[in-house]
Design a protein around this ligand. Structure first.
Ligand code: NAP
Length: 273
């Protein structure tokens, strides 16, 4: 495919491997020019060469360690100043499988910097331009551990719950300004993530592991359907809808001047009678 018309530029973080590299492939084939961000410049360059030759799209690469404040600011500047950007994929991230007692808190902090701080700052950088242009899309790669934090390392689950919560707020605040936000909650996906997280993917039951190609194709199909949260593995969308409905129904009861009766606060504080 070699069309000249562009759907705008997609900036993808963590595009040098795994899920991000598949997004790069699919978005180029959909007509986006690309800015690919990661640390491994050789991998980025080879992916950029292949995609340019396969699709004719313009593909730039940016070497950046998104845990480094200076590198992160460089990517923020691109998002603020390049008015051709129409899509941000907040994808770069890493996880861990060990529980708290076996984990290193410095590594947990680095995870928070990459999985939480980077997508936050990049989102803040891109949104004002999207709003002034009246359009733009942000794809936020969360995880099923956002709603099932017991499955892997708890801090990893917490970072992905943050991404999901941020996405809810983006939909709430920006949908009426022409901005789309989608949180993607992959289950286990066959990438290098698992080696880095400390459990090679071949140790997982094959029936719970999706290919990165299928995961991204399902997530983009979810985007096309207008979903704001996409769980590629979940067979019945109604289950998520019920979960969301329960959360929203509780919303009106979450703040009150009076403690819930089950805490019996008046009696305990001696105010009863
Ligand atoms: P991956 O193949 O390890 O990809 C991670 C990407 O992030 C790589 O491109 C890596 O590139 C980049 N990255 C890592 N540290 C970085 C840093 N400090 N600065 C900039 N880029 C950095 O794993 P993946 O599975 O595709 O992961 C992508 C996203 O999916 C992550 O957010 C992960 O949490 C999420 N996810 C994965 C799974 C799964 O089972 N695989 C499930 C749910 C969610 P460089 O090393 O070149 O920097």
């Amino acid at each position: 495919m070699n069309t000249t018309e562009t759907k705008g530029i997609a900036l993808i973080t963590g595009a040098s491997s795994g899920i991000g590299a598949v997004y790069a492939d699919r978005l180029a084939k959909r007509g986006h020019d690309l800015i690919l961000v990661a640390r491994n410049v050789d991998r980025l360059a080879s992916l950029a060469r292949r995609l340019t030759s396969d699709t004719g799209r313009n593909v730039e690469t940016v070497q950046a360690d998104l845990t480094s404040p200076a590198d992160l600011r460089r990517v923020e500047d691109i998002l603020r100043t390049n008015t051709g950007i129409s899509l941000l994929v907040n994808n770069a991230g890493f996880g861990a499988t060990k529980p708290l007692l076996a984990s290193d808190v410095d590594q947990m902090e680095e995870m928070i910097r990459l999985n939480v701080n980077a997508p936050t700052r990049l989102t803040y950088a891109v949104v004002p331009g999207f709003v002034s242009r009246g359009r733009g899309t942000i794809i936020n790669i969360s995880s099923i551990v956002a709603i099932a934090p017991e499955r892997l390392n708890g801090v990893y689950g917490g970072t992905k719950a943050f991404v999901l919560a941020l996405n809810h707020s983006l939909v709430h605040e920006l949908a009426d300004k022409g901005i789309r936000a989608q949180a993607v909650l992959p289950g286990a996906t066959a990438t290098e993530f698992w080696d880095i997280a400390g459990k090679p993917v071949h140790q997982l039951p094959a029936e719970i592991v999706m290919s990165a190609d299928d995961m991204v194709d399902a997530a983009l199909a979810g985007l096309d359907l207008g979903e704001t949260v996409t769980i590629p593995s979940l067979p019945d969308q109604a289950e998520w809808d019920r979960y969301e409905m329960a959360r929203r129904t509780m919303n009106g009861k979450l703040s009150s001047a009076i403690p819930a009766p089950r805490y019996d606060v008046r009696q305990h504080s001696g105010l009863s009678m």
